[in-house]
Write a protein that binds this ligand. Structure first.
Ligand SMILES: *Cc1c(COP(=O)(O)O)cnc(C)c1O
Length: 343
């Protein structure tokens, strides 16, 4: 991979903003360099622009080096940064496979970058042949959401592998739901695949959507470039601190995952009883895509009774589907009780 050819031309020699904390980063000093308030209240100082402590702990947990990790204000900021760093508006393209996470297309539109859709096959598997056919020198990014939102399935490991090895641009593997899946993360491929970008998030299995913390794992040369173009203080101090608390407590993740897994099993069992439930798609995630007889009226009925699911019926090959996030036992029971009363 020639990274320089993938980077937008005007960014190849960009001189990044140099913050006060870039120029001096020691800790025990009198800081009169950043026009901060001197009065201690826990947040009067700018945060570490590189989230160093958080990245160090993540590195040791994931078996990576710190220089393979970048953090963002949610994965959404990271995804946007990829467009801004690699895709020349009205010139370059990216590939997505619908139905998938809506942000890829929205970010393409915002950044004025063409989004080529190579839809999933009807069984929600990847159409690797067509992806290969559409890929050119200017197809900078290939987004693969694995396991996929909203369909819930994981793609074939061999097919993802093949795409990483053959795609001419960067392969962005969005692993927002990987902790719920029985499969391993593709993080292990980073050492041999310099064009691979793996994205994970604190928003799902870690239970911390509110702190907006996303993780990007990639080759050090990609990280170095992204650190140059990211907003200097993109991850705030409260999020860095809370993120550290969460990953240092190893039970949080385990507890969340096992409880969601149990609740999901029970929810599937209970849903399968209803004759208006036509199909529950296999799910490696914390949600279920459910095909029902009349998604629109069922959705409206549930809203009326204060239970909100996501109607995915307008997504490709998702006619009459609802996406149901697995909740607490009580929340799921409430849903099931309502469904029993639906006619
Ligand atoms: C929920 C989700 C995310 C998380 O985005 P954040 O900005 O980190 O909250 C990313 N990708 C997919 C596919 C998701 O479903």
């Amino acid at each position: 991979m020639n990274l320089n050819q993938l980077i937008r031309p005007h960014l190849r020699d960009i001189k990044p903003y140099s913050s006060a904390r870039d120029e001096f980063s020691g800790s025990s000093a009198i800081f009169l360099d950043a026009n901060e308030s001197p009065f201690s209240n826990g947040v009067n100082r700018y945060p570490d622009p590189y989230s160093t402590e958080l990245r160090e702990v993540l590195a040791s947990q994931k078996g990576l080096n710190v220089d393979q990790i970048m953090l963002g204000n949610g994965s959404d900021e990271i995804l946007d940064l990829l467009f801004r760093g690699f895709c020349e508006p009205q010139e370059d393209q990216v590939i997505i496979s619908s139905p998938t996470y809506g942000m890829y297309k929205v970010l393409g539109d915002i950044n004025n970058v063409e989004v080529i859709d190579v839809p999933l096959n009807e069984d929600f598997s990847l159409n690797t042949k067509d992806i290969a056919m559409k890929a050119t020198k200017s197809t900078k990014l290939l987004f693969i959401c694995n396991p996929n939102n909203p369909t819930g399935n994981s793609f074939s490991i061999e097919e993802i592998e093949h795409l990483i090895f053959t795609f001419p641009g960067l392969v962005v593997l969005d692993e927002a739901y990987i902790d719920f899946s029985p499969n391993n993360s593709f993080i292990n491929y980073l050492s041999k695949c310099s064009n691979l970008i793996v994205i994970q998030t604190f928003s799902k299995s870690f239970g911390a959507a509110g702190i907006r913390l996303g993780m990007l794992f990639a080759n050090p040369s990609i990280i170095q470039f992204l650190l140059k173009i990211k907003p200097p203080y993109n991850v705030n101090q409260l999020s860095q601190r809370k993120g550290l608390d969460i990953i240092k407590d190893e039970q949080i993740l385990e507890r969340n995952i096992s409880e969601i897994r149990n609740n999901k099993k029970e929810l599937i069992r209970a849903l399968n009883v209803f004759d208006f439930v036509i199909h529950i798609y296999p799910s490696d995630t914390n949600f279920l895509l459910v095909k029902v007889k009349d998604a629109y009226s069922l959705y409206a009925y549930l809203v009326k009774h204060n239970v909100i699911v996501r109607n995915r019926s307008n997504q490709l090959n998702c006619q009459n589907t609802l996406r149901v996030t697995v909740g607490t036992i009580e929340e799921n029971q409430r849903l099931i009780i309502l469904l029993k009363e639906w006619k």
